[in-house]
Design a protein around this ligand. Structure first.
Ligand code: CO
Length: 493
């Protein structure tokens, strides 16, 4: 096990980190980008799409939590060693109304309130679909996703908003649709987008949907099933194997009174239940056979890395799931400014491996990475299969919580680690792994990382080699992109 930081650990400046929280001031169209160092790999051919909150303040009022900010899509198109940048806000109904009003006219799920105090906010239970969590390509559409409601379709080239999209009548109006689809690389023929929606209540219903994601039929619904489970479901992400969709139902309670009476956002009414274990819910993707429920370790999970199957005798076998566990649900209380958050008090995210014995219904757990991490990924061709390599955003320091400033490559077989660091003034986002076309090694390709550059108060796109994390190019973008959420790579073609 080796830790090889590319620079000595240095403390970050909180002002650098907080300077990323600002409104995105411009919308650019296909603006050519130059590398300030290195060269853009000529083989990189396709588009990096990223989504995240781009509007955090209106009329002098700030969102309570950045997750309440309106979705803004960034597209970086690579071809023959050149790059072009386009960015657009998603023209959601709420964004348009608030642009016109010059102030917040909706409450946010994470606690943002309209002006006027509890009186103005009580009993306003409308959800503002802010389309800010993820962006993926399905067929000829680019979809901006927000898990509590419908996707928005955008033009993949111009990023112009086409509007709410119910995927050819698959979805009911405002039906929940996860922001975490998983792309099955071909375990059942062609590439598929597998995703879900949750209807939460004392009994919760998961709808599991699979769409063709390549060829002429891309976008067609090919599988659709619903399963009911006891308990209030809070499911942000899931993982897939060839046979299973794997959910981790965290032990959470939901008390909506604070939301109804205008004191809290809906997500602030979630609380963890200390001492109560969560539960893995395994849904057979075939739609046939029982769903399995297996007690999970304590802790709170937003994101999974990957899952895979190890065959056993007969119907037995093991499903292995790697996830980022927090000791508790990290939320920001009503009186706290998110820019003042004390990292030392926040639970840290640790990558853990859970092996679910399907015959016995038990789980064994091991820690794969103790350093605080988030946004972990494998090579997209290894989704649902055992992967050797994982890449993730990590803190610069080895212990405790702090902003994410480095990218780690973790060898899941040997525990060997490599680090590339943007510290002290850079802050990383989720790395997107792009396999080299025709490459055979699992770590042959690049990582594309949007980095907040505190010195420049703007964002850089950093291209790393996926195998040794060596820096290939830095593109200083003419855009200040607030700390964002998820993104994806779409190969040219
Ligand atoms: Co997420």
């Amino acid at each position: 096990m080796t830790v090889a930081p590319s620079r000595p650990a240095t403390d970050y400046d909180r002002a650098d980190w907080a300077s990323a929280f600002r409104n995105v001031g411009s919308e650019l169209t296909a603006v050519g980008q130059e590398a300030s160092s290195g060269t853009i790999p000529a083989e990189l051919s396709g588009t990096l799409y990223r989504n995240g909150p781009g509007r955090l303040e209106r009329g002098g009022r700030w969102v309570h939590h950045p997750f309440d900010g309106d979705g803004m899509i960034t597209a970086l198109r690579f071809e023959a060693g050149a790059a072009h940048l386009t960015n657009r806000f998603v023209r959601t109904e709420g964004w348009q109304a608030e642009e016109e009003a010059g102030q917040f006219t909706y409450r946010g799920v994470f606690g943002t309130q309209k002006p006027g105090g509890p009186v103005a906010n009580a009993f306003d239970l409308r959800l503002k679909n802010i389309a800010n969590t993820h962006v993926v390509r399905l067929g000829d559409k680019l979809l901006a996703l927000w898990e509590a409601s419908s996707p928005h379709a955008l033009d993949p080239e111009t990023l112009d908003t086409k509007g709410i999209d119910l995927l050819g009548g698959t979805l009911a109006t405002a039906e929940a649709f996860s922001a975490h689809p998983r792309f099955d690389p071909g375990h059942h023929g062609g590439r598929r987008m597998v995703t879900f929606g949750v209807k939460a209540g004392p009994r919760s219903t998961i709808r599991l949907m699979e769409f063709d994601a390549e060829g002429a039929e891309s976008g067609a619904l090919v599988a659709d099933q619903k399963r009911q489970f006891k308990g209030f479901a809070f499911l942000h992400d899931f993982a897939i194997t060839p046979q299973w969709a794997v959910f981790l139902q965290n032990a959470v309670s939901f008390n909506p009174l604070g939301f109804v009476f205008g004191l809290k956002g809906a997500a602030q009414c979630l609380g963890s239940k200390p001492g109560v274990p969560g539960e893995f819910w395994l849904v057979p993707r075939s739609g046939e056979g029982e769903a399995l429920q297996v007690p999970a370790p304590e802790g709170f999970v937003f994101h999974h890395l990957n899952a895979y199957e190890e065959p056993g005798v007969g119907a037995a076998g093991t499903v292995v799931v790697d996830s980022i566990f927090y000791a508790d649900f990290p939320s920001i209380g009503p009186g706290v400014d998110f820019r003042d958050v004390d990292f030392a008090t926040l639970p840290i995210g640790q990558l853990k491996r859970c092996r679910i014995d399907l015959a016995v219904g038990t789980v064994s757990t091991e820690v794969l990475e103790e350093r605080c991490c988030e946004f972990a990924t494998v090579n997209p061709k290894r989704v649902g299969l055992k992967a050797r390599h994982a890449w993730m955003a990590v803190t610069e320091k080895e212990l405790g919580n702090a902003p994410l400033q480095a990218i780690e490559k973790l060898d899941l077989d040997t525990g060997e680690r490599l680090l590339w660091s943007a510290a002290p003034r850079g802050f990383v986002s989720e790395p997107v792994m792009v396999p080299r076309a025709g490459g055979t090694a699992e770590d042959d390709g690049w990582l594309l990382v949007v980095v907040w550059n505190g010195a420049r108060c703007a964002s850089d796109l950093v291209i790393l080699r996926a195998d040794d994390l060596s820096e290939q190019a830095v593109l200083p973008l003419p855009l200040a992109i607030p700390h964002g959420l998820h993104g994806s790579w779409v190969e040219a073609g």
